[in-house]
Design a protein around this ligand. Structure first.
Ligand code: GLY
Length: 369
């Protein structure tokens, strides 16, 4: 990683598609000059949402208000990752695309906009360039990096997608100042996850600085952004297409989280809350399988508590189990899960049996330890 002035640069060294993640306060305003250097095309399609547009109208107009850009606003929230919005965006591009046009996409928003815009970029004319400008903590530390793009269909989430890398990622912590607390906490669950899977020192930094983090202390936020993006960049470099079980570790806590979210029909619980409970579930399963110590599990639970993330829930066991075994990771009676070894280290296990899954369900009730 290099740091020029107040801009941190992290390289994602992929052989076929290397790119840089730029992190810095107010870097958003500098995007036009980066675009001049990147030479992605002569017509930028900015995909954003009404909420982001109304909060940052002046800055967006100043960057992208000229005739060389078209701003397309899609619905706020997961609904934007739909067939309907996919074709609305593509129609919008086609209407401006003539023989002189070399379009590129700017994804300006949270994870849903990044996933949708990245997918449009992957399939329009068999691929056009795009950049990610994530505005939520979750998108800044995770989904904007690594080229996973997708939309949902009624059959399943993220079922239609592609690995397609952006040409650059611009992370401006200034966007976090307007992020609602619930969404900030949603990102924090994933931030803690990075510490658990790869970096015990970072995990303990989070614990020690939880008050400052809640107060959005700028040096803590920059440390979070640069540490998480560095970890993600490294994992993506080594296992871009998730074929080596390395990228899979990013799913720590997500198997149970997805089952819980799906059994609750994506209402009543946020993704961050589900990930918090999912990490505890994975930790309890790890303890049951004698993979980690009780001390490590207690440290994980205590840290989630420090960040006011949920550590227990009353849930429908049968429904959640059904969702879990419908998960794509369930292969011939066994499920693949990421287990905790110690804080800073996890492993992928391919042979988790239904019996252990059910036993762990019963351990995830109120009164955890
Ligand atoms: N968000 C998980 C991944 O990018 O692989």
């Amino acid at each position: 990683m290099s740091s020029k002035g107040s801009i941190k640069k992290i390289r994602v060294n992929l052989k076929h598609a290397p790119y840089t993640i730029y992190i810095g306060k107010d870097i958003f305003k500098k995007i036009p000059s980066y675009l001049n250097k990147l030479k992605l095309g002569n017509f930028g399609i900015v995909i954003t949402s009404p909420k982001i547009y109304s909060l940052y109208r002046k800055a967006i107009q100043s960057n992208f208000g000229s005739k060389n850009f078209k701003i397309i606003k899609v619905a706020d929230g997961e609904i934007a990752k739909s067939q309907n919005w996919l074709f609305k965006v593509i129609d919008g591009i086609i209407r401006s695309d003539d023989y002189k046009c070399r379009p590129f996409i700017v994804c300006l928003g949270g994870g849903t906009i990044g996933d949708l815009g990245g997918f449009v970029a992957a399939i329009y004319k068999r691929g056009i360039p795009y950049i990610q400008v994530p505005t939520t903590l979750l998108a800044q530390i995770d989904s904007s990096i690594g080229g996973k793009t997708a939309i949902d269909l009624p059959a399943a989430k993220n079922i239609l997608g592609a690995f397609y890398q952006p040409k650059a990622v611009f992370i401006d912590p200034a966007f976090l100042s307007t992020l609602p607390l619930a969404q900030f906490k949603e990102g924090l669950a994933e931030v803690i996850k990075y510490g658990v899977i790869k970096d015990a020192v970072f995990f303990r930094f989070l614990k020690a600085n939880h008050r400052k983090i809640f107060m959005s202390d700028s040096s803590c936020i920059l440390k979070i952004l640069s540490t998480c993006t560095k970890i993600k960049a490294k994992i993506v470099e080594e296992d871009e297409r998730e074929t080596k079980s390395l990228r899979t570790i990013l799913n720590f806590g997500h198997t149970f989280a997805h089952a819980l979210e799906s059994s609750l029909k994506y209402r009543k619980i946020s993704h961050g809350q589900a990930v918090s409970l999912g990490m505890i579930y994975a930790g309890k399963l790890s303890l049951l399988r004698r993979k980690c110590s009780k001390k490590a599990l207690v440290e994980l639970i205590d840290t989630l508590k420090l960040f006011s993330l949920p550590i227990s829930i009353t849930f429908d066991l049968a429904k959640t189990y059904k969702s879990l075994i419908h998960d794509k990771k369930f292969i011939s009676g066994k499920i693949r899960m990421v287990l905790l070894r110690k804080i800073g280290k996890v492993e992928v296990s391919e042979d988790i049996r239904p019996h252990d899954l059910k036993r762990t369900f019963k351990l995830l009730k109120p009164s955890l330890h």
